[in-house]
Structure formats: structure tokens, C-alpha cells
Design a protein around this ligand. Structure first.
Ligand code: URA
Length: 427
């Protein structure tokens, strides 16, 4: 049955439920350029305003999967486990997590993206390692999964091309934040990729898409249902993104912090979340005889990291790039840090050159922010609170403006109870 774009837009504008054939038609016609960008923008806005039923979201996701190829890991000897984060500040967890879970016996196919806006991208981080390349053919990816057990690479053009087009359009039309569109975007790529199990890290807080626990729960529930209905064992953790993760935001800075975790050190919150996600991934993959903490401690996760980097042309021993200029922000008074705002830190790192404003921009490998205290820490006046890194010092002023008001120092002795890092679990 054939349709036209105006009919589909009017139906959703008037809050009707779209039929299966309307959804199949509009996704296919948009992918082939028959439905124009301005028409898809209107439809995306109608979806943002009027929502979609569970059935519509499932059908929309299937139509996006059908717009491209489906991969298969059926030939691998290990069970596959993947993880997806909805994006946060200082969120370098994929870097230690993928080799750690591989060291425990799963195969981890981690198709990742680049950063846009204030959240960093995993591929941008890894590209700060000399020689490392993000693009692999499907054959190269399968071969590395077989030999090393973990691969982090760019999603090929063949995977859910409808989503590629639609995501770029949503980014410039104020329609990113629609739960049906976020859920179908993420899950179409994960289901098409062919993973057997998936753990979702749904971020909630000031530095995340989802600012409230209620909306984060709704997004998690929608994605878990989509995965489960498609035969992928799917679990979601809702994790805090009011405070940035670890002590660094920026590409090479976050690689260095991830290596610290793989070496058995690193900030406690990064280690805690890496282990929590690893345990969920292993359980979903049916591996219950290994404790990932042991694999961090005995160096086997680090061995997989080195093999994973070398497998993609990277030199794991090469020094990481360092920004040409640094600027230290001292603590203005004695006190207890009771708030460090993820959005403020993410914005500062972005303005220093760690992120991009337009898709075609390049990023600075060494740029970013290091914070020397985390909420709950006591500081004394004059001690470094932040160090800002950039190759282009004219950026310092706007980064400093982003940090203003982004933290709070309470009088010394003020009690502080940290909020839980993992706020909920949805299966
Ligand atoms: N990541 C995606 O892949 N899609 C979205 O819509 C949001 C985050």
C-alpha cells in the first residue's frame, strides 16, 4: 500500500496511531529521498509532541533496521555482549569495559560514535592513540572479535542508514529528546548489529539527555522492551550524571584515566561503574564463573586492551598527546566540594576543543578539563581545583565562563553523603 508524506504527518499531528504500512512507507521513502527533510522534520516534531505507542515504536525500529544490513556473530565461539551509554561527561567506561568483559570470556562488538555537543565520543578518545583507526570492514571486525575478543569501531554505513539520516536531521531541528526517537535510534543499530545481549547505561542528571529519573526510567523501559521483543537479552542500569565521571573530560585525558583503571588504579567511581556494567554484561551473556574484579587485578584486561589497540593499528606504548597550554583554577576558599556540575564541566571541555560544534569539525586530542577534587572532598584555598587544557589559549575565557557556578564549596566540616552511582535497574 502506498502513502504520502502529508497524510502521515497529519495523522501524527492529530495524535493518531500510525499504521504499520504508514511507518514502513515513511522510513523507506525517507531513506530513498522521496520524503523530503522538511517533511521528516515535521513528522519528528509531531512524534516529539504527541508520542508513539509501544507498537508504533517497535514497528518504527524494525523499519529502520530493514533500511540496511544485519550483521551476524553466530559464527563466533564466544557469546556476544554489548553495552550502550546514552552519553555523559567523562564517560570513558567503554574503554576499560570492552577489554575487561572480553578478558572474562565474552566477545564485545562495540560499535561507537563520535561526540557531538557537550558529551564526548568513544572514537574521538581512541583516535588520540597514535596509529589507531576507527573504520574496519565487517570481515576485519569479525576477525578481531575472534582473535582478541573485543573491538571498538565505527558503525559501517550499511547499518540502519535511515537512522543516520534521521539522527542528523533531529540534531538540527530540536527533536533529539523524543523518547520514541531516541529509543528506536539506539536499538535499531544494536539489533541490526546482531549482539546476543545488551546492557544499557541510561544516564540521568544535568549532564545527560534525561534530566529526571522518571524520564530516564521511561527511556530505559522502552529500550529494554524493544531489545527483549527482538530476542536480545537486554538490561538497563540508570546511572548518575549530575556529577561527571572520574577526574577527566577530554579525549587523551580520558584514555590515560582508562589505562589507570586497567592497570588496577583509577578513580573509584569509574572502577565501580566499569565493574557493575561488566557484571551485568557477563550475566546477560550467560558467563557466571568469573569475577571481573579479578581480571582487572591480574592484568588480563590490560593484555586484551593492548591487543585490541594493536589490532586496529594503534601503538599502546606511544605517549598520549598533551595540549600546548594549561590554565589552573585554584580553590577560592577552604571548604568541602558539595557539587560539581556535569553539564558545566562538559561544556568547558567542549569549549576547550575536546568536542565539535559541527559534524565536520575536528577535535583537539589533548584538550579538556581535569578536576582535582570530587564531591565530598575537602579543599584548601589556593589549591588547584581544575586544570584546563587546550592548544588554543583564546578558548580559556569561554571555558572558565562555563565553569562559573558549576561547583559549590560549602564551609569546612559540612557533612556530605554521596548519591548512589547506580540509581535503578530495569530488566
Ligand atoms: N544516541 C543515538 O544513537 N541516538 C539518539 O537518538 C540519541 C543518542
Amino acid at each position: 500500500m502506498t502513502h504520502d508524506a502529508i497524510e502521515v504527518i497529519l495523522a501524527k499531528r492529530d495524535a493518531a496511531e500510525l499504521s504499520d504500512s504508514q511507518i514502513d512507507w515513511v522510513i523507506d521513502a525517507y531513506t530513498r529521498g522521496i520524503v523530503a527533510d522538511e517533511q521528516m522534520s515535521a513528522l519528528a516534531m509531531a512524534i516529539l509532541l504527541n508520542g508513539m505507542s509501544r507498537h508504533e515504536i517497535a514497528r518504527w525500529t524494525s523499519a529502520m533496521i530493514a533500511s540496511g544490513e544485519r550483521m551476524s556473530f553466530a559464527g563466533l565461539s564466544r557469546p556476544t555482549a554489548d553495552k550502550h551509554s546514552t552519553g555523559g561527561v567523562g564517560d570513558k567506561i567503554t574503554l576499560p569495559l570492552a577489554p575487561l568483559v572480553a578478558a572474562c570470556g565474552a566477545a564485545v562488538p562495540q560499535l561507537s560514535g563520535r561526540g557531538l555537543g557537550h558529551t564526548g565520543g568513544t572514537l574521538d578518545k581512541l583516535e588520540s592513540i597514535a596509529g589507531w583507526r576507527a573504520s574496519l570492514s565487517n570481515e576485519e571486525m569479525l576477525a578481531q572479535l575472534d582473535s582478541v575478543g573485543a573491538v571498538i569501531c565505527a558503525a559501517g554505513d550499511g547499518l540502519a542508514p535511515a537512522d543516520k539520516k534521521l539522527y542528523a536531521l533531529r540534531d538540527v531541528t530540536g527533536t533529539v529528546e523524543a523518547i520514541p526517537l531516541i529509543a528506536s535510534s539506539i536499538m535499531s543499530k544494536k539489533i541490526a548489529e546482531g549482539t546476543g545481549s545488551l546492557v544499557l547505561d541510561v544516564k540521568v542528571g544535568s549532564g545527560a539527555f534525561m534530566k529526571s529519573l522518571a524520564t530516564a526510567r521511561e527511556l530505559a523501559r522502552t529500550m529494554v522492551d524493544l531489545g527483549t521483543d527482538a530476542g536480545v537479552r537486554t538490561v538497563a542500569l540508570l546511572t548518575d550524571m549530575d556529577t561527571p565521571l572520574g577526574l577527566t573530560a577530554g579525549n587523551a585525558l580520558e584514555v590515560a584515566e582508562s589505562i589507570d583503571v586497567l592497570a588496577g588504579g583509577g578513580p573509584a567511581d569509574v572502577v565501580e561503574l566499569t565493574l557493575a556494567l561488566a557484571r551485568e554484561m557477563l550475566a546477560a551473556a550467560g558467563i557466571d564463573d568469573v569475577d571481573p574484579a579479578d581480571r582487572l587485578a591480574d592484568g588480563s584486561a590490560m593484555d586484551v586492551w593492548r591487543a585490541m589497540i594493536a589490532g586496529q593499528g594503534g601503538d599502546a606504548d606511544a605517549p598520549l598527546p598533551v595540549a600546548r597550554e594549561q590554565h589552573v583554577v585554584p580553590a577560592p576558599a577552604d571548604g568541602v566540594l558539595t557539587r560539581l556540575d556535569a553539564m558545566a564541566v562538559g561544556l568547558a571541555a567542549w569549549r576547550l576543543g575536546a568536542g565539535r560544534e559541527r559534524k565536520e569539525d575536528s577535535v583537539q586530542a589533548g584538550a579538556g578539563v581535569v578536576w582535582h577534587a570530587r564531591p565530598g572532598d575537602t579543599v584548601t584555598a589556593g589549591q588547584p581545583l581544575f586544570t584546563l587544557h587546550t592548544d588554543t589559549p583564546e578558548r580559556f575565557e569561554r571555558a572558565l565562563a562555563a565553569l562559573e557556578g558549576g561547583y559549590h564549596l560549602a564551609p569546612s566540616g559540612t557533612p556530605y553523603t554521596p548519591p548512589p552511582l547506580v540509581r535503578d535497574r530495569i530488566a
